[in-house]
Design a protein around this ligand. Structure first.
Ligand code: PXP
Length: 242
């Protein structure tokens, strides 16, 4: 199964916002990522608009040719309105809090079952593919299935952290969670702290992987290798699943 690479461009917006102008140009960067082979563009607008702004999301939509993935917390009404207005290929629901540095946990799909079910129905009725961010935990995957979502996104922070000391141990809960998701007919995405070092092993061990969304490590590598080369390097890691 081919795993798609979706480039998260939040860091580019952070860099731009640090000076208040339009350098680097986020829209041009997104289009270039697509030209260099990215199969999707991911953005994660947050209410404080400290990186991607709501207007950026609106501006990106008509320009993109690949899959547009918008991540965020639907508890923000503004987020829901934005997603419905933009109508991206995919929305990924993430339970992050106001002001949080970055996402640091998946949904408790049992405690939030009714709420998630309701939100998934809202997005699906608008024809938007849905994904919910979950830890590599079979109970949470089973809960996700009950919400009616099309896909899950496995939160890979623990995999990336533990990969360095013992990759077999690090991947083990992800293989089990992915196996359960696959059995239940859920599509599988993954993201957070995936990098040029740990990506290939993840893709080899989870052949059902449909999409990875990568920001921090990929953009950091681009400082050394350039964005065109970096996208090629990451795509090569995913070749194991093509
Ligand atoms: N997936 C989700 C839900 C995220 O919140 C993030 C970070 O914004 C990512 C993937 C990408 O993580 P990273 O920047 O570490 O590649």
């Amino acid at each position: 199964m081919a795993t798609k690479l979706s480039v998260n461009i939040n860091k580019i917006a952070t860099l731009r916002n640090s000076r208040g102008g339009n350098v680097p140009d986020l829209l041009e960067f997104a289009r270039d990522c697509e030209r260099y082979g990215a199969q999707g563009i991911t953005v994660h607008p947050r209410p404080d608009e400290r990186h991607i702004r709501y207007q950026d999301v609106m501006d990106l939509k008509p320009l993109l040719k690949t899959e547009f993935n918008i991540e965020g917390n639907p508890k923000e009404n503004k987020f829901v309105d934005l997603v419905l207005k933009v109508n991206p290929a995919q929305v990924t629901l993430v339970p992050d809090e106001l002001g949080q540095l970055t996402s640091n946990h998946g949904w408790d799909t049992i405690a939030n079952a009714d709420y998630l079910k309701e939100m998934i129905a809202v997005f699906k009725s608008a024809g938007i593919r849905t994904s919910i961010f979950v830890d590599a935990d079979i109970t949470m995957v089973e809960g996700a299935k009950k919400t009616g979502t099309d896909r899950i996104e496995l939160y890979t922070e623990s995999y990336a952290r533990d990969y360095v000391s013992n990759k077999e141990v690090a991947i083990s809960p992800f293989v089990l969670a992915a196996k359960k998701a696959h059995e239940l007919g859920l599509g599988i995405n993954a993201g957070h702290d995936l990098s040029i070092e740990n990506l290939m092993y993840f893709a080899i061990c989870i052949p059902e992987l449909l999409e990875v969304s990568i920001g921090h490590a990929l953009i950091s590598d681009a400082l050394y290798f350039g964005i065109e080369n970096t996208i090629q390097l990451y795509l090569r890691q995913l070749k194991v699943n093509q």
